[in-house]
Design a protein around this ligand. Structure first.
Ligand code: ASP
Length: 439
């Protein structure tokens, strides 16, 4: 058994957190490859080291004195080193970083030092080999992640090394300069290492015990999802549920490597298992509920629209020409409705209306704003009759008016549109019927 273990910033924010991580790694022989993030927040209101690095570099780039800011960052690391009683000094590393900041090595380089330095500490603490991600993770000339080259170099390297620490979040461009993934990108590094090392499980350790069925800011103490498929996860993440970086499943989705989300502060919890497919029946009909606020809808009405070839295409072209992406598009016989992000739409509202008039000469165009979309997601819905019936009766009982319904033909999700002010009420009603009363 071989595992990659990735630890998020809050799991590595202090010496105390490092000790918990050390105990987790030592508890299982199989935890051979470790991917650390940069130190995160130690308490609410604290600053992540990555943000300190971005801030410090912004000052350096303007040619101003950044020595004190960089000292503040070194202090964060020194506190961890002292707390762990390690025989390690990062002075030399910080001299190099100081010089590179002065020479404007770039904000990606700056941010990447957060995981690089944490990786050095972690390797020293565990007695594992340190592998600089710049030597094994590559981007192409256009700055896209180079999957083929990375996998070739990294798997050859890991074959020879039994236990290693590979810092998350960054890699190298063809000219050797440093490039990072987008924020939260250490999750991706974990997947990349999991694929190259052909591990059995990718454990992603964070500060929650997995994915919750619904947002804990709306539902008090929601249940955790035990197992979720990549597809379900994609639907829920798209709708705003965040625990894992959205792209983290791509490197391993074809490898059949499950991701196990675990909690560093509650290692006994099993967390959530993310898998390609499973015959494990979900405990509830639905796997999860997620939603987003701030949508607008544009309803276009025209008698006999359905017999007009190219009608939809012409309408959609207007949105494309104005750079507005479309979220959902339910339609009736003589109407079609387009859901868009309100903030994107507001700026171009009048151009879009004029464009639609010119393109298809509708009878009327109706706009509605302050709408929310809620996705009810679950592989279990396929096998059960009446799920949509239960969705709508729950919402009706909660006095929520449903503005739109969209069920994908995969039967994996039902999306409903409601007013923003009904958003939380609707989520509570749905959670109640599917989870609390377990219908
Ligand atoms: N440290 C980086 C960030 O704050 C990357 C990561 O933690 O995954 O976004």
């Amino acid at each position: 058994m071989k595992k990659v273990v990735k630890f998020g910033g809050s799991s590595l924010a202090s010496a105390e957190q490092f000790e918990k991580v050390g105990a987790i790694i030592r508890a299982e022989e199989s935890r051979k490859y470790v991917v650390p993030s940069a130190p995160g927040k130690r308490f609410s209101g604290d600053t992540k080291v990555t943000d300190m690095l971005y801030g410090c570099y912004a000052v350096a780039e303007k040619g101003n004195d950044f020595a004190d800011l960089l000292d503040g960052i070194q202090t964060r690391y020194n506190e961890i080193i002292t707390g762990l009683k390690l025989d390690l000094s990062l002075d030399k590393e910080f001299e190099v970083i100081y010089e590179n900041f002065k020479n404007k090595a770039g904000s990606d380089y700056a941010a990447s030092r957060g995981e690089y330095l944490n990786g050095i500490i972690m390797a020293n603490y565990l007695g594992y080999e340190f592998i600089d991600a710049a030597e094994v993770i590559f981007f192409d000339e256009e700055g896209r992640f180079d999957d083929v080259r990375t996998n070739e170099v990294l798997s050859a390297k890991l074959e020879k090394i039994e236990r290693a620490v590979i810092p998350g979040f960054y890699g190298a461009m063809p000219d050797g300069s440093i490039k990072t993934f987008s924020r939260g990108g250490s999750d991706l590094t974990g997947s990349i290492v999991a694929k190259a090392a052909k591990v059995d499980v990718y454990e992603n350790w964070t500060d929650v015990s997995g994915f919750m069925i619904a947002d804990p800011r709306i539902i008090n103490n929601p249940k955790t999802i035990e197992a979720i498929t990549y597809k379900e996860l994609r639907e829920l993440s798209y709708m705003g549920a965040t625990v894992l970086h959205e792209d983290a499943i791509f490197p391993i989705r074809k490898e059949g490597i499950p991701i196990n989300i675990r909690n560093t502060n509650a290692p006994e919890d099993k967390g959530t298992l993310i898998v390609e497919a499973t015959c494990r029946h979900p405990k509830y009909t639905i796997t999860g509920i997620a939603g987003k606020q701030g949508f607008a809808s544009i309803t276009i009405e025209k008698a006999m629209m359905n017999s007009e070839v190219g009608f939809c295409r012409k309408v959609l072209q207007v949105f494309e020409d104005n750079g507005i992406s479309i979220e959902h598009m339910p339609s009736g016989i003589d109407t079609m409705t387009v859901f868009v992000h309100q903030s994107e739409f507001e700026e171009k509202e009048q151009e879009v209306i004029a464009g639609i008039h010119q393109a298809v000469q509708p009878d009327s165009i109706d706009l509605e704003s302050d709408l929310s979309l809620i996705a009810i997601v679950g592989r279990g819905m396929r096998a059960k009759r009446g799920t949509s019936g239960r969705v709508f009766s729950a919402l009706a009982h909660a006095h929520v008016n449903v503005k739109m319904i969209d069920q994908g033909s995969s039967e994996l999700n039902i999306v409903v549109g409601v007013r923003n002010h009904d958003f939380e009420n609707a989520i509570r009603a749905l959670y109640d019927i599917f989870v609390t009363t377990r219908l």
